[in-house]
Design a binder for this molecule. Structure first.
Ligand code: PMP
Length: 392
């Protein structure tokens, strides 16, 4: 029998928590596990700019005919401008993908299609889906440390040591901002060094840009990525719009190929199209159409920027409050206040994570990752106390 021949699968522990949280009957339960923004009532509201764009789409959409494997071209151009800024011009080509994950999958497919033995280097810890995405494409995976245990900051030395060992043509995955799960990003000088090193060693950056706008600001959060792009002849960028536009299930995303040779860029895009065609054929329209509608309209863009800024400011206030509160017990944890993006990684073990859940109805990821974007300011103290209790 066919199905009997299939191997049993371990469910993704993070996704399993979604169901477990939904079934938990405690009124004060708090979900800090899956990476979504939540308001003080635990809701993930649809942004007003998205609602208005959706209304325009409903009123104005004349056809739902196929668009092709590239999806919405206006979306791809607008998102390239947003991410690359002045470098968008002639050296980038983009296509719509099924979320940021789909963009990473196409990037992995391109690397595999280029032949080789081809290796991708991942800084660990990293987002739990990175290894499966690159392994599925048949790439060899090597790792190096993301955080320097001595300073708690970005481990530039570990990156440099990995780059020295890498072979020309190897790829390096770099999270552009708001590192998942640590919240630790390289500073501007480190980004300069990263870019120059990748260029000198002829290594290919794959920049994963999933949290632009949740750190210091939309432009500020793109600076590291742009620094690297300015140094290297070729790069891949995987963009997710699902956090910054609150689109999650609508799966907005794009793959951007950057290079100086227009003909080679066209071949890269044609390869990406071939991979998409045999997998999902064409991306779903709605999320990308919403993003395009917002970015093509000045007033909607401003509304979206303002809403995103409010989310960012709230997140930063939570960070500061939690960092200050935890520093009282453990000075090292004060660093959380100055880190970036939605997440921080707590030094707690699986048993302590389980106690947070059973005793305090607080759900965090099994590795100790906390989604600060779901922690209301008025619950920071209670969270810190619960943490103190389980780690005492
Ligand atoms: N990269 C990173 C680092 C992420 O954390 C995520 C989402 N959790 C993604 C990419 C992809 O997100 P999506 O497929 O929902 O766009």
């Amino acid at each position: 029998m066919l199905f009997d021949c299939l191997a049993a699968q371990t469910p993704d522990p993070l996704l399993s928590l979604i169901g477990e949280f939904a079934r938990d009957g405690r009124a004060d339960k708090l979900d800090l596990s899956v990476g979504v923004y939540r308001d003080d009532e635990g809701r993930t509201p649809v942004m007003q700019a998205v609602k208005q764009a959706e209304q325009r789409l409903v009123d104005g959409q004349a056809s739902k005919s196929y668009l092709g494997p590239d999806g919405d071209r206006g979306f791809a151009e607008a998102i390239t401008d947003l991410v690359l800024g002045a470098q968008a011009g002639s050296r980038a080509r983009a296509m719509q993908t099924v979320g940021g994950t789909g963009a990473l999958g196409l990037a992995a497919g391109l690397l595999a299609a280029a032949g080789g033995p081809r290796t991708i280097w991942l800084a660990t810890p990293t987002w739990s889906n990175h290894v499966p995405v690159f392994a599925a494409a048949g790439l060899a995976i090597r790792t190096y440390a993301h955080v320097d245990p001595a300073t708690g900051g970005f481990a530039l030395d570990a990156f440099l040591a990995a780059a020295e060992q890498a072979q020309p043509g190897d790829a390096f995955l770099l999270q552009a901002c708001g590192h998942n799960p640590t919240g630790v990003d390289p500073d501007p000088e480190a980004w300069e060094t990263i870019g120059r090193t990748l260029a000198r060693k002829r290594l290919i950056p794959l920049l994963d840009d999933a949290y632009q706008g949740f750190g210091e600001g939309l432009e500020e959060d793109a600076q590291g990525l742009r620094t690297v792009l300015a140094e290297v002849p070729e790069a891949l960028v995987a963009v997710s719009c699902n956090k910054s536009f609150g689109l999650y299930r609508d799966r907005g995303g794009a793959l951007v190929c950057c290079g100086h040779d227009a003909a080679a860029l066209e071949v890269a895009m044609a390869n990406a199209r071939t991979i998409a065609r045999s997998s999902y054929s064409m991306p779903p329209d709605h999320g990308a159409a919403v993003v395009r509608t917002i970015l093509e309209d000045r007033a909607l863009t401003q509304l979206w920027r303002d809403e995103l800024a409010r989310m960012r400011h709230r997140l930063r206030a939570t960070r500061r409050a939690l960092g200050a509160r935890l520093a009282a017990n453990d000075p090292r944890l004060g660093a959380i206040a100055g880190q970036h993006g939605m997440f921080c990684l707590l030094p707690i073990d699986a048993a302590q994570v389980a106690r947070l859940r059973s005793q305090f109805a607080i759900f965090i990821a099994p590795d100790g990752r906390v989604n600060l974007a779901a922690l209301p300011l008025h619950r920071v103290d209670a969270f810190a106390e619960a943490l103190g209790d389980v780690t005492a």
